[in-house]
Design a protein around this ligand. Structure first.
Ligand code: P70
Length: 458
């Protein structure tokens, strides 16, 4: 635990970017659920079984079996994490001038598509861009948008449709199986592949079990298998659902793609039987996959996130609804309606929550959206969010109470919060390392002195 004065100094030194804080200065770490979950006793035991042979490790074969059995894919290549798989797959499947439709962008996925010469096209349903829409499957694709793109550019210009389970940037929202089946039908008609970003597939499957007609009696494991079976290949950041600290993979059912991927992985990651992973980490992952699709586990995991979300809703805090499965996403546009988007409301809000309580969150708005490649202007996304991301098997319900209390305090004092300006901007994935400064008080909004800051109110 730290004092407010300490946190103010730490954040200033970090350029008001929570990515640049030292973890020692953080009390409850909600930056991400990536690589931050607690491994189980079985996974730790698996680490002790590491076979660190350069080639053909026993753990690789165990991982392959686990993926084939639970995720249905035939061929697999381990990578150091999700973006390693995205890099290789994008290089193989995309040629200059291609279009990649998907259910909303993800930062690393889109960047690798662009670096390979492609252009991402958002074909998600409109509800996904509306934080207040209660539509249950905001990860669904709008089939009319997809069909219109196919007609406009031609199927030969679309190597695959990118489907994420769940959709991170929409606020951890699931896609329905009904929609995925319809996408399969449409893409089959045009000979287009579906590539699955299966980073949080178990959480998506749980939402299908809870809300989609016809799936109430299926297990999460069965639903996960069905989702994967409808797609042609996948990239996976195993640091989320599968609860390892590092790791990922690329999977495909196509022997030609596998052949090309095996050739490329040795250039960028390592031999095809370990990619970027140690033997022991592949073992922990093989075990983590099995644990991640247990009904009891996933109910407890998502249940904890919902607990926090419901608490914030009761307090009247504007959050994305329905509540996401891996975190609660605060609607920073609404929370800080006096700060215009060019002054980074979500960045400012994440900073303020950290100063209040040492809870570290992440910006998911205009900073994350980057710049338009052609015009150089900021991309202004409809969603300007702060993500309170919950690691798996780490925190207690009491921690959730502390988080909610802090957000409520910041909400009460929201009018006194200032916007930011960016003073350092990296070329790629700028949100990771960008630096900010608080902007000087210029507008009437900031002259509101009758609301005391939290520290003064004490
Ligand atoms: C997060 C992490 C990673 C991720 C993901 C989806 C749906 C691919 C990846 C990449 C870490 C992160 C990454 C970029 C920006 C902020 C945070 N998401 N697809 O916290 O996987 O990180 O293993 O390379 O969510 O959401 P990896």
């Amino acid at each position: 635990m730290t004092t407010e004065a300490h946190r103010r100094k730490a954040l200033e030194e970090a350029g008001y970017n929570t990515f640049l804080l030292r973890s020692e200065d953080v009390y409850i770490d909600l930056l991400t659920d990536s690589g931050t979950s607690a491994m189980s006793d079985r996974q730790w035991a698996g680490l002790m079984m590491g076979d660190e042979s350069y080639a053909g490790s026993r753990n690789y074969y165990h991982l392959k079996e686990s993926i084939q059995k639970h995720y249905s894919y035939k061929y697999i290549i381990p990578t150091h994490q999700g973006r390693g798989a995205e890099h290789i797959l994008s290089q193989i499947l995309i040629t200059e001038g291609d279009y990649l439709p998907g259910n909303m962008y993800f930062t690393t996925t889109k960047l690798h598509q662009e670096l390979a010469g492609g252009k991402f096209v958002d074909v998600i349903v409109d509800e996904a861009h509306d934080p207040e829409s209660l539509y249950k499957f905001k990860g669904d694709v709008n089939l009319n948008k997809l069909e219109a793109l196919i007609h406009k550019v031609g199927a030969h210009k679309i190597p695959y449709v990118s489907i994420a389970t769940t959709v991170n940037m929409a606020g951890g929202q699931p896609i329905s199986l009904g929609n995925l089946k319809a996408i399969r039908k449409l893409t089959d008609k045009h000979g287009i592949k579906i590539i699955h970003d299966m980073t949080r597939v178990a959480e998506n499957a749980y939402m299908i079990q809870q809300y989609e007609v016809g799936y109430e009696d299926k297990t999460v494991a069965q639903i996960v298998y069905e989702i994967c079976s409808l797609t042609d290949g996948a990239t996976m950041s195993a640091k989320k659902d599968a609860m390892v600290n590092i790791g990922g993979f690329l999977a495909t059912n196509d022997p030609d793609v596998y052949d090309k991927a095996r050739n490329l992985v040795v250039v960028y990651e390592g031999l095809h039987t370990y990619g970027g992973m140690a033997g022991r980490d592949m073992e922990a992952l093989a075990i983590g996959i099995k644990e991640s699709i247990q009904d009891d586990h996933i109910r407890a995991r998502v249940g904890q996130v919902f607990y926090l979300g419901e608490k914030l809703l009761e307090m009247g805090i504007p959050i994305v609804q329905p509540i996401g499965t891996h975190g609660v996403f605060i609607d920073a546009k609404k929370f800080l309606s006096h700060i215009s988007q060019e002054n980074f409301p979500a960045q400012s809000l994440a900073a303020e929550i950290y100063i209040d309580s040492g809870v570290r969150a992440m910006e998911r708005g205009v900073v994350s959206a980057g710049r338009n490649k052609e015009t150089g202007e900021h991309n202004y996304p409809k969603l300007e969010l702060v993500r309170l991301t919950i690691p798996r098997r780490v925190y207690t319900q009491a921690h959730m109470d502390v988080i909610a209390d802090s957000v409520q305090r910041v909400y009460k004092n929201r009018k006194s919060i200032q916007g930011m300006k960016m003073i350092y901007e990296p070329e790629y994935l700028r949100f990771f390392q960008a630096r900010f400064e608080k902007i000087k008080v210029t507008s009437d909004h900031y002259s509101n002195t009758d609301i005391p800051r939290y520290s003064e109110a004490q």
